[in-house]
Write a protein that binds this ligand. Structure first.
Ligand code: SF4
Ligand code: SF4
Ligand code: SF4
Ligand code: FES
Length: 989
């Protein structure tokens, strides 16, 4: 039976809120605090309707069969108006001169919807100043209507738990850490609160004075204009004032451009609109990104200043001795083409090598590998997944078949247990981490974390394991053995879907609880507890990253994870699976599109004659049959004199490859080195020619995120100066080398990719329009697979395979001389070495330099304080940095983030690699620490969020507002639906 909405029958969608059903029907009702991604907050009371004759909040009421709903009855309307009038007591309507007058202000639009001419509740100022202490946004308490959207977003979506409203205060306002200045609070500048604020109380600083025709006026003039507007309001009413502001908002449309793009930092794949006025970035506005909804982190929301940085490369550069001189494109490209041809003629095509960028688009990686293979004739082609994710891919190839996450972020969100191994998810994949934090906080999801550091996810975990460095494979295998030995394995799943059990179980024999406990330094009880939790959970997702892969056993440990998931039947269902978290925005796509030495696009083997024949026919060339060098072998080949020339784009190879000194020495030896970059990076120092490229905002194309999600990015602005999109440069160069490439737009490149790559057969630009996306594999009819393995595994017989494993000792273990273990990784604020993020002043202000985390016990033993300078020396090099004393690390384990070009942590790391993939064992590094006679301030300023004190609570806690003596529900006879304090995500509260 339907329900009746203003007398008309409407379909009941189970679990649908009344407000969503009303919105779906197109009937407009006020709804100031409601946001579909936040749920019902119930603070504004403006959504009052009559349901079966009772006055209720539409946001807090569910549809039900037979329900009779009236949205426009006089009782409902009076209540709506009364509630909104109360809100206006907290907000001065000066729309025409407001930065937020862009057509989407909820307060403005509600005033218009209710045809409000005058307000009964007078505006009351509050005894607070504007807080501008965060570098990216400001809070104006005078304009804050106390809707609590920001609090809900911070507490329960971002789950940073910084914001609250002190409802008992005579003048409630939003508080950071219970009352600290924003700039000294735990705020991580993710921007959620600013994005969801329905008015101008929270605004991006980049918007202030920039968006409107009158908003740049000096304060005094602005105040004067506001006074004039308020002065005439009693006479002319809001209707006329709003018409004026709407005219101004319409005028803004001609100068504000809103362009959809995809974040260029990590692999989560957040998408959003970028608002620009000429080249000025007004703001990043996430709305309904398929991966992120309204979520972002500090980098995606505020880290874009690099695009307009004055030190962008804008002209080609050619080396002359120790200097570079500017050149024309014609001269630079001719030189590159000539030298590549000469080197190929003299030494053969395998004397050249190519490295594609995980920051650039799929189309650009495709062209780079096509240039290497079809134009030069070599498979010496790689990308930076070699530095991080290649072992995870091998682990999945060995067991289940596809080298990608087996589900989506939504699967991680709905799992009953999430296990995180070797991933600082809250800092490296911030938005993905919010989904785990949210489910853990609100839905009872369980969390197990294994890591050397007690980072945020570890602190939140139900069980935190701190195994000895390099021993994850042991405890994972011991857990698997315990599960088999105690009859906890999912027998029916294994019998139907998994092969090679006997051999695998035999390989598990050494992994007893005793052995694992001794080797890993974990108690047997802990291992049993973890095993029991995994075995008993309804659905398990395991997430891992570089703490697993950057070891000599990276591939084997990744395999152990997949084995464990198979043993417990945690594949082939929603809420289950393997999630190797991809680091760069397009590291998944670079590999998917053939930037690898052994695979053509779509993981089609270069040594398979039938596959090669298909590409040869399409490209009209003969292709090299032997797999080429990966980027680790390339460095050895330069030292050996076999490799003479390299072409690298968008990759800071000299800093991010391990054993940086050895890499730099190799790059110096090259006969001819071409770099394509947006800045003069450290690696550019070794180049002979530097080609100026365009970042993502200046071009079109597609990126593929960690969940195999392919998304389009649109051009936001023209390339700066003479810089060019990488794909254009590649086309020009290929044609100078004799190719006849005719691509005029990246969509044409993708047509070719789809025609040659079964994995992407159905990908078209039309199917990716705006915020649409596809998760590979994509069938020719365009159907995609958010959850892999619904019908079978990607193996010849459709069954998964257990893969037997053994353990070997990690390399570079601490000894007498190098007595400390050094771990390294990312920071929330900076991306890798910081080439992009240091160019955002606010980020630099929050994290100005690198540092070494030292445990309190080591600090006390060595007389180190926060700010003390220390030298770290390994068997491979030295760096100098200031110490930061923190209990995130313990004992003799140090941690150094990778955010420095001057003192790069990779000066200390070795050339040892994972046996299978040659991924460097970055995480197996031992150092000696020398305390220097030099002390400074803390390397992290007081304004860094790590010094803040969050105030966790269960959301906005509206009951405390309702308990105020001055709170009166609007209308007569409101039926109060008490909000449960814990709100299941996406469910009724
Ligand atoms: S962490 Fe900061 S920016 Fe993010 S929602 Fe909370 S207060 Fe806002
Ligand atoms: S600052 Fe927060 S409480 Fe105030 S209006 Fe904005 S979202 Fe609502
Ligand atoms: S989580 Fe990753 S993709 Fe999302 S905004 Fe942050 S850096 Fe960008
Ligand atoms: S929209 Fe605010 S109470 Fe329903």
């Amino acid at each position: 039976m339907p329900f009746l909405l203003n007398g008309k029958p409407q379909e009941v969608h189970p679990g649908e809120r009344l407000i969503d059903a009303i919105n779906r029907s197109g009937i407009g009702i006020p709804q100031v605090c409601y946001h579909p991604q936040l749920g019902a907050i119930q603070t504004c009371d403006t959504c009052m309707v009559e349901a079966d004759g009772k006055l209720v909040r539409a946001c807090a009421t569910m549809t039900a069969e037979g329900l009779r709903v009236e949205t426009g009855s006089s009782r409902a309307q009076a209540a709506q108006r009364e509630a909104f009038d109360h809100l206006l007591g907290n907000h001065l309507l000066y729309c025409t001169v407001c930065d937020n007058n862009n057509g989407n202000c909820t307060i403005h639009n509600t005033t218009r919807l209710l045809a409000l001419e005058h307000q009964d509740t007078p505006f009351r100022t509050k005894p607070y100043e504007v807080d501008s202490t965060n570098p990216f946004y400001r809070y104006d308490p005078q304009q804050c209507i106390l809707c609590g959207r920001c609090v809900e977003a911070c507490q329960n979506l971002q789950v940073n738990e910084t914001l609250s409203i002190h409802w008992e205060d005579p003048h409630p306002r939003v508080l950071w850490d219970g009352g600290a200045p924003i700039g000294e609070s735990s705020c991580v500048s993710c921007g959620h609160c600013v994005t969801v604020c329905p008015c101008n109380a929270l605004m991006e600083k980049s918007m202030l004075g920039q968006a409107g025709y009158f908003t740049a006026l000096p304060n005094q003039a602005l105040t004067g204009m506001i006074d004039i507007v308020k002065g005439v309001e009693p006479e002319i009413g809001y209707g006329s004032i709003l018409r004026l502001s709407e005219a101004e908002a319409t005028m803004r449309e001609s100068q504000i451009k809103r362009t959809k793009t995809v974040c260029t930092y990590c692999g989560v794949g957040c998408s959003f609109e970028i608002w620009t006025r000429d080249r000025h970035i007004l703001k990043v506005e996430p709305t309904d990104g398929p991966a992120n909804g309204v979520s972002t982190c500090i980098k995606g929301k505020f880290g874009w200043d690099y695009v307009n940085s004055s030190d962008r490369l804008t002209r080609p550069l050619i080396r002359e001795g120790q200097k570079f001189r500017e050149a024309t494109w014609d001269e630079a490209l001719s030189l590159v083409a000539r030298r590549f041809s000469e080197i190929k003629a003299a030494h053969g095509p395998d004397a050249l090598a190519f490295i594609s960028s995980s920051k650039c688009t799929n189309e650009e990686s495709y062209l780079m590998q096509k240039l290497a293979r079809a134009v030069i004739g070599t498979n010496n082609m790689d990308n930076c997944s070699r530095y991080c994710q290649a072992p995870a891919t091998i682990g999945l190839f060995r067991t289940v078949g596809y080298g990608g996450d087996s589900g989506s972020i939504s699967d991680i969100e709905q799992a009953s247990l999430v296990v995180i191994v070797g991933s600082n998810t809250a800092e490296s994949h911030p938005v993905l981490a919010t989904r785990v934090k949210r489910s853990h906080k609100l839905r009872g999801q369980k969390l197990i974390v294994s890591d050397l550091r007690e980072h945020e996810m570890a602190r939140r975990a139900d069980v935190f394991l701190h195994p000895r460095p390099g021993t994850d494979l042991i405890w994972l295998s011991a857990v698997a053995r315990y599960i088999f030995d105690n009859g906890l394995a999912r027998r029916a799943f294994i019998d139907r879907w998994v092969g090679n059990e006997d051999e695998y179980r035999k390989s598990l024999e050494p992994f007893t609880l005793e052995m694992a406990s001794e080797r890993c330094g974990l108690s047997q009880e802990t291992i049993v507890k973890v095993a029991t939790m995994i075995a008993e959970a309804d659905s398990v997702c395991i997430l891992w990253a570089m703490g697993v892969t950057q070891h000599v056993m990276g591939s084997d440990t990744s395999t152990a994870i997949s084995n464990l998931l198979l043993a417990t039947g945690n594949y082939m269902r929603p809420g289950t699976g393997a999630y190797p978290l991809r680091g760069h925005n397009n590291v998944q796509g670079a590999s998917d599109h053939g930037a690898m030495p052994n695979y053509l696009p779509g993981y089609q083997k270069v040594d398979d004659p039938a596959i090669r024949a298909r590409f040869e026919k399409a490209w009209k060339v003969t292709l090299p049959a032997k797999p080429g060098l990966d980027n680790h072998l390339m460095i050895d080949a330069i030292h050996d004199g076999r490799l003479k020339s390299m072409y690298v784009f968008g990759e800071e190879m000299s800093l991010v490859d391990s054993n940086a000194g050895y890499v730099a020495a190799a790059l110096e030896k090259l006969d001819f080195f071409v770099m394509q970059e947006i800045f003069f990076s450290e690696t550019c120092r070794f180049a002979d020619v530097i080609l100026p490229a365009s970042p993502s905002l200046e071009k079109e194309g597609t990126f593929t995120s960690t969940e195999r999600r392919i998304q389009r990015l649109y051009q936001v602005m023209e390339p700066l100066g003479d810089s060019r999109p990488d794909w254009r440069i590649l086309v020009d160069l290929a044609n100078r080398l004799g190719a006849e490439w005719t691509y005029k737009h990246p969509s044409e490149i993708y047509e070719e990719i789809a025609s040659l790559t079964p994995l992407m057969a159905g990908v078209t630009y039309e199917r990716l329009e705006n915020f649409k996306s596809l998760q590979w594999p994509v069938a020719p009819d365009g159907s995609d697979q958010p959850l892999l393995y619904t019908e079978q595994f990607k193996t010849p017989d459709g069954r998964a395979q257990f893969f037997p494993l053994a353990w070997t000792e990690p390399t570079n273990q601490p000894d007498k001389e190098y007595d400390l273990h050094l771990n390294n990784g990312r920071l929330l604020e900076h991306f890798h070495e910081g080439n992009l993020t240091y160019r955002t002043e606010g980020i630099r202000e929050k994290v100005p330099c690198t540092f070494v985390e030292v445990s309190p016990e080591l600090a006390s033993a060595r007389g180190i304080e926060t700010g003390t300078w220390v030298r770290l020396s390994s068997r491979f090099g030295d760096v100098k940095a200031q110490a930061l004393i923190t209990d995130r690390v313990t004992g003799n384990e140090l941690y150094m983030p990778m955010n420095s070009s001057l003192e790069p942590v990779n000066a200390l790391t070795s050339s040892c690699t994972d046996k299978v993939t040659h991924t460097p064992a970055y995480k197996e590094t031992s150092v000696r620490l020398t305390v220097l006679d030099q002390k400074g301030e803390s390397p992290l300023p007081r304004s860094n969020q790590r010094f803040g004190h969050p105030t966790p609570q269960r959301g906005v806690e509206v009951e405390r507002k309702w308990a105020r003596s001055d709170y009166h529900p609007p209308g007569n006879g409101l039926v109060q639906i008490k909000a449960p304090l814990a709100a299941p995500a996406g469910q009724e509260r």
